[in-house]
Design a binder for this molecule. Structure first.
Ligand SMILES: CCCCCCCCC/C=C/C(=O)SCCNC(=O)CCNC(=O)[C@H](O)C(C)(C)COP(=O)(O)OP(=O)(O)OC[C@H]1O[C@@H](n2cnc3c(N)ncnc32)[C@H](O)[C@@H]1OP(=O)(O)O
Length: 280
């Protein structure tokens, strides 16, 4: 018992230090709204990934909570995807921990027994698109925001499990095009290819997300959960059985000169764009 205490304390301290600031949880009757809250663009660094994982886990353990809406405190950005600075000029130990956090968060969100809906008001590239695809349904705002796996445009390659989730969502041929060309699409096009379930004006995103969530929650709970597991466990298991191999592949790939120079170029382009915006 005593020996468990430091682990418990460390976990509790970590949860307290990450969860409230990086992820906001608002509980409603039988579901919660989980808002990503890492300014400026919800880029997924290790701490945010861990905070999402912990938030979903804590909701799974709450007997009153049956579902969640994944959203953002920033209406212009759902999530900018993985924090590129985690991958650029990395320290190997941190890079390994970062990738494990990404694997864990994906596995948690993709297979959670909670019903999940992504309320996507703003941009959702790459890792942001993955988080959204892990949910049972997606609502996205009409207009400017884009969603997709744009990795190839950065000169990097999405891992097999991001591909698998996209194939499961929109089918093989659409994934081949989206992934190969690094395409991002707006909500209307997303709806045409099945990436998005509802495309609505931004002010309706949350009410429609709630409607979709209640539809999932209207299904008898054990039937809904078993069906979700039946549809998703095989895909998740593919990664679970290769966690270390996948992480080594990522670290080796990331540390190559080619990937490092591609990331340097991409970060410089982002910075230039931000400076031009600020100068206006
Ligand atoms: C075998 C296995 C192999 C595996 C091989 C590895 C594959 C891993 C899979 C990778 C998955 C990913 O998610 S890769 C990540 C892909 N993500 C992206 O391409 C998104 C890039 N960002 C954008 O497009 C835009 O920033 C967008 C999100 C639309 C917001 O536009 P805005 O105009 O509102 O804001 P900006 O001015 O651009 O950005 C505000 C600030 O945030 C920073 N910023 C923006 N996105 C960022 C990001 N993802 N990471 C870090 N920082 C980011 C900018 O540099 C600015 O910094 P300051 O100038 O300092 O203010």
């Amino acid at each position: 018992m005593l020996r468990c205490l430091p682990t418990f304390r460390a976990r509790a301290a970590r949860a307290m230090s990450t969860t409230p600031s990086l992820v906001q949880i608002e509980k409603k009757d039988n579901y919660a709204i989980v808002r990503l809250s890492r300014a400026p663009v919800n880029s997924l660094n290790m701490e945010l990934l861990q905070a999402i994982d912990e938030a979903v886990q804590s909701l799974e353990q709450d007997k009153n909570i049956k579902g969640m809406i994944l959203s953002s405190t920033n209406p212009k950005i759902f999530s900018a995807g993985l924090d590129i600075t985690e991958m650029y000029q990395p320290k190997t130990k941190r890079l390994r921990e970062f990738w494990r956090a990404f694997q864990n968060t994906y596995l948690r969100l993709y297979t959670t027994p909670l019903a999940t809906v992504a309320a996507i008001e703003g941009h959702s590239p790459a890792g942001g698109c993955l988080l959204a695809m892990c949910c049972d349904s997606r609502v996205m705002s009409l207009g400017g925001p884009l969603i997709g796996l744009n990795e190839t445009k950065l000169g990097i390659v999405a891992p097999f499990w991001m591909r698998d989730v996209m194939v499961n969502t929109i089918g093989h041929r659409e994934t081949e095009k989206m992934l190969g060309l690094g395409l991002q699409v707006n909500a209307l096009r997303g709806k045409e290819i099945g990436l998005i379930d509802e495309a609505v004006p931004v002010e309706q995103v949350h009410s429609v997300a709630e409607k979709l969530l209640l539809e999932w929650l209207s299904i008898p709970s054990s039937a809904r959960k078993l069906t979700k597991a039946m549809m998703r466990d095989e895909t998740a298991q593919k990664l679970r059985s290769r966690l270390d191999e996948d992480r080594s592949n990522f670290v080796d790939f990331c540390e190559t000169d080619k990937v490092q120079s591609a990331l340097a170029g991409y970060l410089a382009a982002l910075k230039k764009k931000a400076e031009a915006k600020a100068a206006k």
